[in-house]
Design a protein around this ligand. Structure first.
Ligand code: FES
Ligand SMILES: [Fe+2]
Length: 371
């Protein structure tokens, strides 16, 4: 049987990768300023409003122009004022700078210089807003600061959630938390299950294979290759009881229902866990080398949310417990990484996904340090 296990024990990234401001600045340029970053659900950008979003520390405005979502640098072409000084603002037909009232159309074209009277050498077309690449996938908006962004590349492919009604799902609950750890520490923890037996009793009960410290039967040397039911007998979804919050999505294949859940990962910004009855999306935003904002959003069909007596906690408490456990483990890991006595560690064969992450980070840093 094919095994994903590493055939050697490679070194980890060095300590600096987790604590050093200079390393962090390189990652901001080479990764977070170039790759697609999730900016939220598309329904969080209603027509008539402007939202201010931070991407890799840069301020971006996002608006709906009636046909699609558009993003621009939050900077006026006159003398550089912020165009939007609050997280959300109402807008009229035009985007008007609050300083001297230059106005732009929703496609970024400069329309008016208000009281200023330019001479003939001034060409309005040379002073449009600076566009930021935007794309939508599964009801999420993604932004890239790159002038030439690559394709969106989730690990399971763009169609991984094609049978889930992703664009019609609505947000039922949000958890936001600042974790005292480097963003890669969170991804590393996400990428292995060696910690599961010690850290996640509830999750190991729900997904029995996790109690062996592995993520799939392919990692089990004693397995005969027969896929095992991923959830414990009787459970159909990650909820407090294992009972789904609604009938399974009718569009799922029998195999997708039998899988019980599907993880889709999009470095560096998000992962999605799709269950038979709801979906959870988790995004990461690095704040500084040792702090990361975690945002988890639970998405449900509108009918589930509208059901009388529906209490999202019967669903959301389960993954909240797991994420609290992971967050505490990540912060514990980060505190250890601060020790100057630590230089770097060693990956075990089961940490093949961390090795892949480290390879990806090193590759990005070597090819993309100069935006
Ligand atoms: S800086 Fe925006 S109009 Fe002057
Ligand atoms: Fe975990």
């Amino acid at each position: 049987m094919d095994t994903p296990l590493l055939d050697h024990c490679p070194p980890t990234l060095p300590r600096e990768a987790y604590v050093d401001p200079a390393w962090f600045a390189r990652e901001m340029r080479a990764i977070w300023s170039r790759d697609w970053v999730c900016a939220g659900r598309t329904d969080q950008f209603p027509a008539g409003t402007i939202r201010r979003i931070a991407v890799a520390g840069q301020s971006i405005i996002v608006l709906h122009d009636g046909a699609s979502l558009r993003a621009f640098q939050n900077v006026c072409r006159h003398r550089g004022s912020e165009l939007c000084a609050t997280d959300t603002a109402q807008r009229g037909k035009l985007i008007t700078c609050p300083y001297h009232a230059w106005s732009y159309a929703t496609d970024g074209r400069l329309v008016s210089t208000a009281c200023a009277t330019p001479t003939p050498d001034f060409r309005k077309e040379d002073h449009s807003l600076l566009p930021v690449a935007a794309t939508e996938w599964n009801g999420f908006l993604f932004l890239s600061l790159s002038t030439n962004p690559g394709p969106l590349e989730p690990d399971m492919g763009l169609d991984a959630l094609a049978h889930w009604p992703m664009t019609t799902l609505k947000t039922g609950h949000v958890l936001e938390k600042t974790l005292a750890c480097n963003w890669k520490v969170y991804w590393e923890n996400y990428s292995e299950c060696l910690h599961c037996p010690g850290i996640h009793p509830e999750l190991c009960d729900m997904v029995p294979i996790y109690s062996k410290g592995i993520m799939s039967p392919a990692e089990d040397a004693t397995s005969d290759g027969t896929p095992k039911a991923p959830l414990k007998p009787g459970a159909e979804s990650w909820t407090m009881t294992g009972e789904p919050s609604a009938p399974a999505f009718a569009t799922l294949t029998p195999q997708e229902r039998a899988e019980g859940f599907r993880f889709v990962t999009l470095w560096p910004t998000m992962y999605i866990v799709a269950h038979v009855d709801y979906v959870r999306a988790v995004t990461l935003t690095p704040i500084n080398p040792e702090e990361t904002l975690l945002r988890a959003e639970w998405l449900f069909p509108p009918e589930t949310l509208a059901r009388p007596g529906f209490d999202h906690r019967t669903v959301t408490d389960f993954a909240t417990i797991v994420m609290e456990q992971d967050g505490a483990a990540c912060e514990m890991n980060q505190r250890g990484l601060r020790s100057p006595a630590y230089t770097r560690g060693t990956l075990m064969p089961q940490e093949f996904d961390i090795a892949r992450l480290h390879g990806w980070v090193k590759d990005r840093l070597s090819t993309g340090a100069q935006p």
